[in-house]
Design a protein around this ligand. Sequence first.
Ligand code: M6R
Length: 614
Amino acid sequence: MCGIVGAYLRAQPCLRSLVRGLRVLEYRGYDSVGVGVIQDGAIVVRRKAGRIEELERALADGALDDAAIGIGHSRWATHGPPTDQNAHPHRDWLGRIALVHNGIIENYQELRVELERRAIPLRSQTDTEVLAHWVGIELESSGGDLAEAVRRALSRVRGYYAIAVLSGGERPQLVASREGPPLCVAILPDAAWLASDPLALIEHTRDVVFLEDGDVAELAPGKLVVRRLDGSVVTRASHHLDYDAEAADRGGFAHYMLKEVHEQPDVVSRALFGRVDEERGDVRFEEELLSDATLRAVTRVQINACGTALHAGMVARYLIEGLAGVPVDVDYASEFRYRRPVVVPGTLALGISQSGETADTLAALRLARELGCRQLALCNAVGSTMVRASEATILLRAGPEIGVASTKAFEAMLVASVLFAVRLARARGKLSSAEGRALLGELSQLRIGLEHMLTREVVAGIRALAERFTQARGFLYLGRGINFPIALEGALKLKEISYKHAEGYPAGEMKHGPIAMIDPDLTTVVIASKDSVASKVRSNIEQIRARGGPVICVGDDPESLEVADERIVVPSVSPWLSPLLNVVPLQLFAYYVALARGCDIDKPRNLAKSVTVE
Ligand code: M6R
């Protein structure tokens, strides 16, 4: 949600780079923004509620243009409303340091009381300002050594944070630390950079160092010293990012979301690359956790995720139970972490996340580990907390996903789920090599079906349909079996970007309540694949139409398509793979409804790309 950038340059101005970095992080969602720089040895801060354009206006006088050291922040309000006063950076009461912060200081009230006792004036309602003053207090007892002051201050703090701190004076210093939210740094001979997301660094370098929880790093051009809170020095390896800068811009599409929807054929190919063993009808993974011996010992799979990733997890349940015969539980990570889950020995915890930084998913994974589960992550972000905290990872390889509405990462999650289910089934002897070969062969050909769904003609048809139905009062999405989670996903996509009310339901539940809502103003989108429940889906459509409700049918079951009012025909594939195709028209339908309604598609209101706090 919040974003951090920082720069310490040798004899070059940093302000423009900081603002560009903040722009790269815009997709994460924010409601105020600010920078702090060192100008003639003193710290100067400019901050604004609202968009980056507001900050740019506040910087237009050029007064800070020569500064070579600075930090920047985009804030998503947690403590105190989004105002100029609450925006970051925050300074200590004497203005010697400036601090930006992602996350939450849990014991800030307790620290605040102590600051009030010392008569230190508080100017904002944030937990961050409290930490800035504590660093200021410790700066005095650390002889002006900012890194030591930060270590001392953080040892009083309970919470979840990534921070960057700047001090002025004769020896300017830039320090960063994390406990929870991500933070990475990059050191070049003439520059030191930091950011909460490596995407903000790729215009400068592809080689970054991810800080670990509890690290405090001091940065300067050509210099990085990382210490633990107790002062001991540690070495952190550098990671090479294979993102390319072009991948992070819109590539001619009107929105990132549309570009990412269109990338899905490539995403599927990338996710499969080097992983399919055609001869053995199996999947190749390097990780020991995915070896025959380890997978044979799995008694149960516990999936935890949030939002779209949870829907991928629900599809994974059908695949794992159906192909490998292993029982699966799927939980909202936010529920799993706060109930007292009973976990049987041999349970494999499977965390699914695009960002790898979702607070609830990480907490659920941590709890599963404490309960004795082995842990596997399906994750898109290399170097994310989730990847580093799990025993093994199946990387999604979807590339950076910028649109807040997750599309291509979902597709990659489905591919990874098929691969994992096949590996598990093959390891346990539940799938023959011929069956494995047939399914993986179809998966390798899936891009043809995806490309068909993304042809100009098909997309234009979906757009026209979306425009015709924009005025509907609301939408009901129905699916059965492995396509029930796709109904949930279709409804989520529509509501998050178009703000139209939409609900997803298992089609078989319709008669237990939702049927009461059916009328000409409620549009039902039914996913109908040619599978073992096709005839039941068809009769659901007939029941809705008999009550005057319009039905849009999406799928490859000819009889269901025939009885609906409107249809989006999807190429036929094995029912196990049908979700990977069926979701695409639903993404496009949501996109074009939102477009017709003039919504801010890549930055839907109130939503953040990565939900790193509860
Ligand atoms: O980064 P994650 O996959 O862990 O994120 C989980 C959800 O926050 C995310 O899928 C959210 O629901 C998206 N906005 C859906 O489009």
